[in-house]
Design a protein around this ligand. Structure first.
Ligand SMILES: Nc1nc2c(c(=O)[nH]1)N[C@H]1C(S)=C(S)[C@@H](COP(=O)(O)OP(=O)(O)OC[C@H]3O[C@@H](n4cnc5c(=O)[nH]c(N)nc54)[C@H](O)[C@@H]3O)O[C@H]1N2
Ligand SMILES: Nc1nc2c(c(=O)[nH]1)N[C@H]1C(S)=C(S)[C@@H](COP(=O)(O)OP(=O)(O)OC[C@H]3O[C@@H](n4cnc5c(=O)[nH]c(N)nc54)[C@H](O)[C@@H]3O)O[C@H]1N2
Ligand code: SF4
Ligand SMILES: [Mo]
Length: 725
């Protein structure tokens, strides 16, 4: 079948959108079919780096026989797996009717959205849909991802997230980041920097490939990094190695920070972190002799002291003047007139009245997260889940989910499943059936990154990237922009004023609105990226968005909320539980180690990926294995205190993890297992984690690592999966 929007054969420059690395790609079209996806060596951001997910998983997903072909309506019991295909008209009319029914019965705030974040157009679409229905409530997964670093950065006024200038650095300080698995662009840049003589320092409880190439690798006890960050500051101030001019001109609160850091001399930090005091001094000197780039990751984010941990390292970047200078951490720039999705969410034109916005679930407790001026204005997820299950502070009865697999990727899977199952109405947009879509009432088929146009800023290269829709959507798939706008029009026909929130007619019009007036569409489309003018170190002009207009080492914003205005140390969960619990749960658990073959919960249905990585593994140090009588290939159940669920994982004995610390990935489920859970209560580590706090006081993030845990051998009959013949 030919479609009117089919493109001529050829090679198209695009951007891979399977993950936020956004590698420049070249897509080869033969007979209207994507024959190849590969790196674009001329791309100034990725410089030819690429990964197997872009090459293999994306085309396989796009052409998969098991991809959701058309909108579907549940038939029979929720979760029974029986569906009927329906038309888009039927699906969207039914969604409009059902959302309005719930709204009429329980009020606008009983509707909630769920999406990964406002980094993709789908995030803005979900949030705007909720707003047009009068609900301020939408959930994102950033409390579990980059929320702590983003808020530390925002509170301090830095604006450097994503701007690591590794290529020009003399010293890369890599903290809680595993670039070889998570980010091939950064990994290649680090190897180039190393070859050019840059020093590499790695802070990670695991001996990652980055640790293997490091000049110094330090293994802290999980969750203790803030003590290390403050101690590095202490040494740098004591030895007078900080940047006096930068501190004097652009920062506020240096004396207060100095006093706080003085509480963390290397000897004390050594005790708290398990790192040798001498190493701390060596690293401080190495880092101070910059330009140095702080390369951070998820390993120090998404936990109950994530913001203060990042604040310590962000203060380190600031006092050494590594802000917006070559080889340091660059501030994010943008072309003239460019708007990102987060700008849209804060634009008064697209906002709900303050008194409604203030009622976002969780805004009272976490105003910098969920309040009207919060980072992305999204709700606090655990508060939403509680509202669904208890009706407090008000009922939440319908959910619109797009581009997130919350039944696998949120902690406490049993609770998430119970909440989803209890809803009056659940819509899920996805490519494949997942444990989340299995319990939906309506499922919508979503376009992939080969079928949908996206534009975005790439902060580390200071360019705008373009994802080229090289093929027409397969079957009935549509983009979030398309079907959400279509739904908004149907709500409008039913008397809801959605125009304010959805003024654009086409995705292209929307993208042009985002781009502003500096970027040339033609160049962007032809090359897959476009440059723009920017200046480094333009602090006078760009300013720092804080109460004082300076980088706030001591934060007025936090002080005003009764939160410690200086980075502070809090014992990680595994070390703060009472002695009896510690005895019962003697190991420390790290979750989230990335695998090259998977993107979170994606591609678990792709045979090549399962062949490369067939099992959910638990890394156990040889000493720990011997002491606990565990052998390679044993299956163990992992449990953490106060949670019902247990996750089964296969033991991999390795020195990659340290003694007593066990480390696993995330995102496992089994498309071939019985529904609706499809293994999400069996092999998914989130079944063994709590989402109920303690929470980071700023972001509301729960702990996904540094947790006390215990291991029990799984009897043979209960092993969830076997080596396939
Ligand atoms: N292939 C692949 N790539 C991905 C993803 C994927 O799913 N698959 N996901 C993408 C996304 S959304 C994200 S957020 C990133 C995440 O990727 P990264 O930012 O690299 O984060 P993680 O792999 O979770 O953890 C990085 C390192 O932190 C270490 N770590 C754990 N606890 C601590 C601690 O307390 N202190 C310190 N210093 N280190 C600790 C871990 O051992 C690990 O080596 O990857 C992105 N890239
Ligand atoms: N225990 C623990 N939990 C974690 C983590 C951890 O380290 N440990 N990591 C956390 C992190 S960093 C993250 S980012 C989250 C990831 O959590 P999720 O975002 O839930 O992870 P994905 O598996 O990428 O789910 C995306 C889903 O949306 C679909 N999808 C992909 N692209 C699109 C699109 O463009 N539109 C639509 N409509 N659908 C799309 C996919 O098919 C897939 O079903 O998990 C978090 N959860
Ligand atoms: S790292 Fe892989 S999945 Fe991510 S954008 Fe690059 S090619 Fe795509
Ligand atoms: Mo993430």
């Amino acid at each position: 079948m030919t479609r009117s929007d089919e493109r001529p054969d050829g090679i198209y420059a695009s951007t891979c959108w399977e993950c936020s690395t956004r590698c420049g790609s070249l897509v080869t079209l033969e007979s209207g079919h994507v024959a190849n996806v590969g790196p674009n060596p001329d791309h100034p951001g990725s410089k030819g780096a690429f990964c197997v997910k872009g090459i293999r998983a994306l085309p396989e997903l796009t052409y998969s026989k098991t991809r959701i072909k058309s909108p579907m309506r549940r038939v029979g019991e929720r979760g029974s797996g029986n569906w009927e295909e329906i038309s888009w008209d039927e699906a969207l009319d039914e969604i409009a009717e059902r959302l309005l029914e719930v709204r009429a019965e329980h009020g606008p705030e009983s509707l909630v959205g769920a999406v990964s974040s406002a980094f993709f157009s789908r995030g803005a679409m979900v949030a705007l849909l909720m707003r047009s229905l009068g609900s301020p409530n939408w959930m994102m997964n950033q409390d579990l991802c980059g929320g702590c670093r983003a808020l530390s950065d925002r509170i301090m006024g830095l604006g450097i997230v994503g701007g690591e200038d590794v290529d020009n650095t003399k010293c890369a300080l890599i903290v809680g980041r595993n670039p070889s698995a998570a980010d091939p662009v950064q990994w290649m840049a680090l190897k180039r920097a190393k070859a050019n003589g840059a020093k590499i320092i790695v802070i990670d409880p695991a001996r990652t490939p980055a640790a293997e190439i490091a000049d110094i690798w330090m293994r802290p006890r999980p969750g203790t990094d803030v003590a290390l960050g403050l101690s590095l500051i202490n040494v740098i101030i004591e030895e007078n190695l900080y940047d006096h001019d930068f501190v004097g001109e652009w920062t506020r609160g240096f004396e207060e920070l100095k006093t706080r850091a003085a509480e963390f001399p290397p000897a004390r930090a050594a005790e708290l972190t398990g790192i040798a005091a001498d190493d701390i001094v060596t690293v401080a000197r190495m880092y101070a002799d910059g330009p140095s780039s702080f390369v951070s990751g998820h390993g120090i984010d998404a936990f109950s002291n994530g913001v203060q941990t990042f604040r310590a390292f962000h203060c380190l970047v600031a006092i050494t003047g590594n802000v917006d200078r070559p080889g340091g951490n660059l501030r994010v720039k943008r072309p003239r007139g460019f708007r990102n999705y987060i700008d849209i969410l804060h634009d008064p034109e697209f906002s709900l009245p303050q008194e409604i916005a203030k009622r976002t679930l969780g805004a009272d407790q976490f105003p910098l997260w969920a309040g009207p001026k919060g980072w992305q204005t999204s709700a606090h997820n655990p508060t939403v889940l509680d509202a669904i299950l208890t009706g407090n502070p008000h009922p939440v009865r319908a959910m619109y989910v797009s581009g997130v697999n919350i039944a696998v990727t949120y902690p406490d899977t049993n609770k998430v499943m119970a909440a989803l199952k209890s809803l009056d109405f659940l819509v899920v947009a996805s490519h494949m059936m997942t444990p989340t879509s299995e319990i939906a009432d309506i499922v919508l088929p979503k376009t992939t990154g080969l079928e949908e146009e996206e534009v975005s800023l790439e902060p580390s290269a200071q360019i705008v990237c373009y994802t080229n829709p090289v093929i027409a959507p397969q079957n009935e798939a549509r983009s979030d922009f398309d079907f959400t706008t279509d739904l908004a029009r149907r709500l409008e026909a039913r008397g809801i004023n959605t125009r304010k929130f959805f003024p654009w007619e086409t995705k292209q019009e929307f993208n042009e609105y985002l781009l502003g007036d500096e970027i040339d569409w033609k160049i962007l489309r032809k090359n897959g990226w476009a440059p723009f003018d920017f200046k480094l170190g333009n602090f006078e002009e760009a300013g720092f968005k804080t109460p004082s207009g300076k980088i706030e080492l001591w934060s007025e914003t936090l002080d005003g909320l009764g939160i410690d205005p200086l980075p502070n140390y809090v014992s990680p969960r595994a070390e703060s539980v009472d002695p009896t619990t510690r005895q019962e749960y003697p190991f420390v658990l790290i979750t989230g180690a990335r695998e090259k073959t998977y993107h979170h919960s994606r591609y678990r249905d792709q045979a090549w990926a399962r062949k490369v990585s067939p099992f959910p593994l638990l890394q156990v140090h040889p000493e720990t294995a011997t002491a606990s009588g565990l052998a390679e290939g044993d299956w163990v159940a992992v449990e953490t205190p106060g949670v019902d669920g247990r996750c089964k994982l296969k033991v991999s004995i390795t020195e990659e993890t340290g003694p007593g610390t066990v480390r696993t990935g995330m995102g496992w489920w089994l498309p071939e297992a019985p529904g609706p859970e499809r293994g999400a209560l069996d092999v998914n580590v989130n079944v063994a984690l709590s989402y109920d706090g303690p929470w980071d006081p700023v972001t509301g993030s729960a702990d996904t690592r540094g947790l006390p845990c215990r291991l029990t051998l799984v009897p043979d009959a209960e092993i969830p999966m076997r080596e396939s013949a």
